[in-house]
Ligand binder design. Structure first.
Ligand code: ZN
Length: 508
């Protein structure tokens, strides 16, 4: 059993969860669930990034203490993750005392092992609270941050602690060149290589005059107590989580799932920090793309809004998960549209898996009183095993869309098989042996679909499993049982309606 510690980015606590957050959590959840199916010792960690000036300002605008604001936001995220059946084992919040103590410990480790890595320097520049970053002249238009045109840039002049990131350029370049798996997909790896070849600037590690964060453990030479800067506060969460009282993982992580906009933090700054602290590096950083809605990225600041709750409600959480996994490639960008959502739901779920299940189980009920007959393998089993291999291969390289497509080849093959064998005609003609062969083959298909669908649509997969009269649950079935599903003699029953057909075309 290999251990598999998987994380997503922690979400910034300045708004409600949106489609981009959901996409990342659902994708990582599918990977975590698949790994559990394969018998790995999985620990899946997600959480919230709750410090920073932006949070403090948003709280002040509402007349709240920052802690009260982040408590409310965290509760909303957790409620959405429960609804989407995200199977995380741990939910970290950067306001947790254990995390704050861990941040201090990590910084102290660097001071002890590589004292030259921190130094003091005066800094002046224009700071965007929206980005929580200093902006270069090229990123400023009409005295405003291009990403946050409604915010006023702050002129900041202060003496801070700096981290000597530049020192780790050669180490990082060698790492990313020699270990192609460290940053994936390949497009993101190439971006990081390009960035590293240009060279690295040192980065600020502390800020003066703002208090909603972790106190930087050492005062400046002028005796000033500063606050730990965002990346030294947020990035260590993956490590501090392994030291919390509810931790079940050991450092390092096997996989960090993040968005492609934060690769610099995770593939450059984070491994440099770990190296400076003499800690092991994560095995892989996977940077997924963006989900667009009406041509815009789904985030509050971009202005495009899709009510996540409404999208989940449309056909239920499992159908929504299916859409994200099947439609948006895990290695690049994709779009959400209501029409495409309805089309895919109708074709793959209502008319696809749902119809296959209800027809197959109805025929078992009608001709065999629900009991699955004993019968040999058929050509349909061959198609099933080929689809399983495709699913495994795709999952192996985090190709979630490819895995989903592969699984659904079983549905297509089974629906064709029903047309070809016409079990109702076999029943009419009294060809009982042939009828047994067909009905048992279809039951094996449903067994395989329940297991392959369980990382993708955990709720519906278990509904299907229960219809097959099987003990236990699909998520805990032995992977090896896919070869020859143990369905003979099971007493099945018809589903109550796995995926009802939409009543009318979408009006959006
Ligand atoms: Zn900005």
């Amino acid at each position: 059993m290999s251990r598999f510690y998987i994380t997503t980015a922690i979400d910034y606590a300045n708004g409600d969860p949106h489609l981009g957050h959901a996409y990342e959590k659902v994708g990582a959840d599918a990977i975590a669930r698949y790994r559990r199916l394969r018998g790995d010792d999985v620990w899946f960690m997600i959480g919230m990034d709750e410090h920073g000036q932006k949070v403090a300002q948003a709280a002040a605008a509402e007349g709240l203490e920052p802690q009260a604001l982040v408590d409310r936001v965290a509760a909303r995220f957790q409620s959405m993750w429960r609804r989407l059946a995200i199977s995380h084992d741990q939910f970290i919040r950067t306001t947790d005392p254990a995390h704050k103590a861990g941040v201090v410990e990590l910084i102290e480790r660097i001071f002890e092992r590589n004292p030259e890595d921190f130094y003091e320097q005066s800094y002046r520049g224009r700071y965007c609270v929206g980005c929580e970053a200093f902006k270069q002249e090229s990123e400023v238009t009409d005295d405003r941050c291009e990403l946050h045109p409604t915010r006023t840039l702050e002129w900041v002049e202060e003496r801070n602690w700096f981290f000597r990131l530049s020192r780790y350029r050669d180490f990082l370049l060698d790492l990313v060149e020699s270990d192609p798996g460290f940053v994936q997909p390949e497009s993101r790896r190439n971006e990081i290589l390009g960035l590293l070849r240009q060279g690295l600037d040192d980065i600020s590690a502390s800020r003066a005059r703002f208090t909603w964060g972790v106190p930087f453990p050492r005062p400046t030479s002028q005796g000033e107590q500063q606050t730990t800067y965002v990346w030294f506060d947020a990035l260590p969460n993956y490590w501090t989580a392994t030291r919390a009282s509810d931790a079940g993982a050991a450092w390092p992580a096997q996989l960090h799932v993040i968005g492609k906009d934060i690769t610099r933090f995770h593939c450059v700054i984070w491994p440099a920090m770990l190296r400076a602290a003499d800690l092991p590096l994560p095995a892989q950083v996977w940077a997924h793309g963006f989900v667009y809605f009406r041509g815009e990225r789904l985030s509050k600041s971009a202005g495009a809004t899709l009510d996540l709750g409404e999208a989940v409600d449309r056909f239920g959480p499992d159908a929504f998960r299916y859409f994200l996994l099947r439609e948006i490639p895990w290695d690049s960008d994709g779009s959400f549209t209501w029409d495409r959502f309805t089309d895919l739901y109708t074709a793959d779920l209502a008319d696809g898996l749902g119809n296959l299940a209800s027809r197959s189980l109805a025929m078992l009920a009608k001709y065999r009183e629900g009991q699955v007959p004993a019968a040999d393998a058929t050509s349909l089993d061959g198609a099933g095993l080929e689809a399983i291999r495709g699913y495994e291969d795709a999952m192996h390289c985090n190709d979630l869309r490819g895995a989903t497509e592969s699984a659904w080849r079983i549905v297509t093959a089974a629906n064709q098989y029903i047309v070809q064998t016409a079990p109702w005609a076999l029943a009419k003609a009294g060809q009982e042996a042939e009828l047994d062969l067909a009905l048992a083959a279809l039951a094996r298909c449903l067994y395989r679909m329940a297991i392959l669908a369980s990382p993708l649509m955990p709720g519906k997969a278990e509904e299907l499993w229960a219809c097959l009269g099987l003990p236990g649950c699909a998520a805990e079935a032995p992977w090896s049982s896919l070869q020859d599903p143990p369905v003979t003699g099971m007493v099945t029953h018809k589903p109550a309606g796995l995926f009802p057909r939409p009543e009318s075309p979408a009006t959006h």
